[in-house]
Structure formats: C-alpha cells, structure tokens
Design a binder for this molecule. Structure first.
Ligand SMILES: [Zn+2]
Length: 232
C-alpha cells in the first residue's frame, strides 16, 4: 500500500497534547475552558455552528493560532501554527481559554476527550471510541458493583415478601393457635434458610419488625383477626 503523504500542516497538536487540555479542564481555574468545551459538545460538536453565533469567539480563535508558510529543505512547503495575538501569559482568563480551545480543536483526536465521569467528575481522554461514560475501569466497576448489590437487595426483598404472602395464605387456610406474625416469621425464615443453603449464601433473617414494616408500607396485608375466627 502506498504510504500517505504527511499533512500540509506541520507541528500541529498530536494525540498526547490532549493531556494539556484535559489537565486544564480538571483544574480549579479551568472554568472558561470547561464552558467552551461544553458549548462545543452541545453544538454537535459542530464547530461552524458554535462560532457562527459568536463572531467575537470566531475572531479570537482565528487569531489564537495563525499558520505561517514555511519552505522545507526538500520540494515542499508547510504550514506551521504559531502563537498568535491572544492567550499570552498576561492575557485575560477568557482569552487564555480561547487559545487553548483553538489548540484543542486543531487536534485530530479532539473527540477522544470526554467527561465529566459520572462517578469521579473528571474529564478524561478515552482509550477507545467504545469507552463512553466512565473515566476508568475503577469508576465503572464501582458503579456496576453498586447496581448489582442494589439488584440483589431488591431480589432478596421480593423473595421474602413473596414468602410472607405465601405464609399468610397458609396460615389462613387452616385453624391455628399461633399468632399470625410469629408464625409467618418462622415460615419465611425456614424458607430463607433453605434458599440460602441451596444457593450457598448467607440467609437474611426476617423479624416481627420486618413484618410490621411491610404491613405499614402496604407490601403485605395483615389478615384480620375475624377472618381467622371464621375458619372452621
Ligand atoms: Zn471516574
């Protein structure tokens, strides 16, 4: 395959330079850059759309990094970006941010910069286009762990509620001397123990208080005393 000729723009930003922008986005004084970055993303990103409605921004970006024509020792000439009239050390925070933004969008990898991560709040350079939401394995696995523990908690809750209902039906179906609450607690705990045994997990015991809570939350119904007396 024929090797591609190098671009006409020389010494432009490379992928590693995204780190400079990333650092500023995460810095306490990065507010101006963060706001430009968010506007850029909200536009599509569609840079034309972004600057068309802000001519002042457009002008500053143009002047931030003008390119100059430079001959090489070979046959070609190149354009080389040079520091322009804005973004110098003593310039205003807004114009410094605009300089950095102009530099950022010249980067062919600019869309790899992402964030903020919903877990740690950091802006980050993605490793691949698939990595979309979290900055790291650490952050995404933490969220997955929370989700799965919530899921298993709610599954355990549903399991015990179902047994409490089953126990209540059972309690109602025959005349019993025991009080409903203690009887159902025993019923649920027996089921729970055998479930835990089978699945090699530790059982989550149910108490009279749990039943009171479920009744108050409307998750189960406490049978009326009369109902029991009506049994033959
Ligand atoms: Zn994170």
């Amino acid at each position: 395959m024929k090797r591609q000729k190098p671009s006409t723009l020389q010494y432009g930003p490379i992928r590693e330079d995204l780190g400079i922008v990333e650092a500023k986005l995460n810095a306490p004084d990065g507010e101006e850059l963060r706001s430009l970055f968010e506007r850029w993303r909200a536009s599509g990103p569609n840079l034309q759309k972004m600057v068309n409605v802000d001519i002042d921004l457009w002008k500053d970006l143009q002047e931030a990094l003008p390119a100059t024509w430079l001959p090489t020792k070979g046959a070609r000439a190149h354009y080389v970006p040079l520091p322009g009239t804005i973004g110098h050390d003593n310039d205003t925070p807004v114009r410094k941010a605009r300089f950095l933004f102009a530099f950022f969008v010249l980067n062919p990898y600019c869309e790899m910069l992402s964030g903020p991560c919903p877990r740690c709040g950091k802006y980050f350079v993605r490793n691949s286009l698939h990595q979309k939401v979290y900055c790291s394995k650490n952050c995404s696995s933490h969220v997955t762990a929370i989700r799965s523990s919530k899921k298993s908690r709610s599954a355990a809750h549903k399991r015990r509620i179902d047994w409490a209902k089953e126990g209540t039906a059972e309690w109602l179906s025959r005349p019993r001397r025991n009080e409903w609450k203690s009887w159902v607690v025993e019923f649920v705990n027996t089921k729970e123990r055998s479930w835990a045994n089978k699945h090699k997990k530790s059982p989550g015991p149910v108490t009279r208080k749990s039943l009171t809570r479920w009744v108050n939350a409307g998750e189960i119904q406490q049978p009326l005393a009369e109902k029991r007396e009506q049994q033959p």
